[in-house]
Design a protein around this ligand. Structure first.
Ligand SMILES: *Cc1c(COP(=O)(O)O)cnc(C)c1O
Length: 342
């Protein structure tokens, strides 16, 4: 596996921006190196460009060494940076399961990179062989998402491993919903697969979508590439401080997840009794995909009741489908009561 060879030439030869806080590391008593205003502490100083304090805390909770962690402005940032690092516009391509999270495709379009979709099976599983046969010499990245959005299911571990073993490019495994899953994270397999990039986020189980903090776990080599091309101070001090507070309160996250998993079962049982619900797909996430007789009608009916769900009617393999996030017991009760009158 030669990561260096996969890189775009301009990124390989890039001399990255060197900021004041890169040149001097450690503690000093007088800082006159960065043209900052000496007043208005603590916001006057540039934040740590590599967010080591936050990474050390994440490392303890996720059991991933801090040097194998990249932090971005949401998962959106590592998604974009991976294109910019590895995909030559109009020449290289990526392969992704379909349907899946929309941002991989949008980011490909922004970066002018061909995006090749491979349909999932009827049970929303994928075949490593099918993905591989969609690749060619110019395929740099394969996008996987498990548990997958919008389908909710976890992907087959055996197929993921098969892909990681046989594809000679980057395999991104988006684990945004891993905290809700019955399956373990692939983070323990990072040392085994130098081409694996795992994405996780503070936006879902951590209840912190507003602070915009995404994580990528990967080999030191890949993390180094992302650090080389990111904006120097990509994570602001407010986000870093709030992340440290959240990380110090990880027990709360466990409680939220447990509550939401119980509520998910309650919601699934209630949905099962509705005559117009034709199918409830298995879920390993904090949302459920259901097939109804008329998705547009159900969606509009709920909007009129001031309840917003996600209409997935036009998504591949999701004809007639609606995606519902598990809310508080009160919110779920309101939803079910309105659906009973549909
Ligand atoms: C919600 C979600 C994310 C989160 O993206 P952020 O930019 O971190 O908020 C990432 N991947 C998937 C599949 C998601 O559904």
């Amino acid at each position: 596996m030669n990561i260096e060879k996969l890189l775009r030439e301009n990124i390989r030869s890039l001399q990255p921006y060197s900021c004041a806080r890169d040149e001097f590391k450690g503690e000093a008593s007088v800082y006159l190196d960065a043209n900052e205003n000496p007043y208005n502490a603590p916001f006057n100083r540039y934040p740590d460009p590599l967010q080591w304090e936050v990474k050390e805390q994440i490392s303890k909770i996720k059991n991933v060494p801090a040097e194998n962690i990249f932090l971005g402005n949401g998962s959106d940032e590592p998604i974009d940076l991976l294109y910019r690092a590895f995909c030559e516009p109009r020449i290289d391509n990526v392969v992704a399961i379909e349907p899946t999270y929309g941002m991989y495709k949008v980011s490909a379009a922004i970066n002018d990179v061909e995006y090749r979709k491979v349909l999932l099976d009827d049970d929303f599983q994928f075949s490593a062989d099918k993905l591989l046969s969609a690749t060619n010499l110019y395929t740099k990245i394969i996008w996987l998402c498990s548990p997958n959005n919008p389908t909710g299911n976890s992907l087959s571990r055996d197929e993921i491993i098969k892909l990681l073993t046989s594809f000679e490019g980057i395999v991104v495994l988006d684990e945004a919903y891993i905290d809700f899953a019955s399956e373990a994270s692939f983070s323990e397999k990072l040392t085994q697969f130098p081409n694996l990039v795992i994405l996780q986020t503070f936006s879902k189980a951590w209840g912190s979508a507003a602070i915009r903090l995404g994580m990528a776990f990967a080999s030191v080599e890949i993390i180094g590439i992302l650090n080389k091309i990111k904006y120097p101070y990509n994570i602001n001090i407010l986000t870093q401080k709030q992340a440290l507070l959240a990380l110090g309160n990880a027990g709360q996250v466990k409680n939220w997840v447990n509550t939401l998993l119980v509520e998910r079962t309650v919601l699934l049982n209630a949905l099962e009794k509705l005559p117009f619900v034709k199918k409830i797909y298995p879920t390993d996430a904090n949302f459920v995909l259901i097939k109804v007789e008329d998705a547009n009608a159900v969606y509009q009916y709920l909007v009129n009741k001031s309840i917003i769900v996600r209409n997935r009617n036009t998504v591949s393999l999701c004809l007639g489908c609606i995606r519902i996030t598990v809310g508080t017991p009160e919110e779920n009760k309101i939803l079910v009561e309105e659906l009973l009158n549909f």
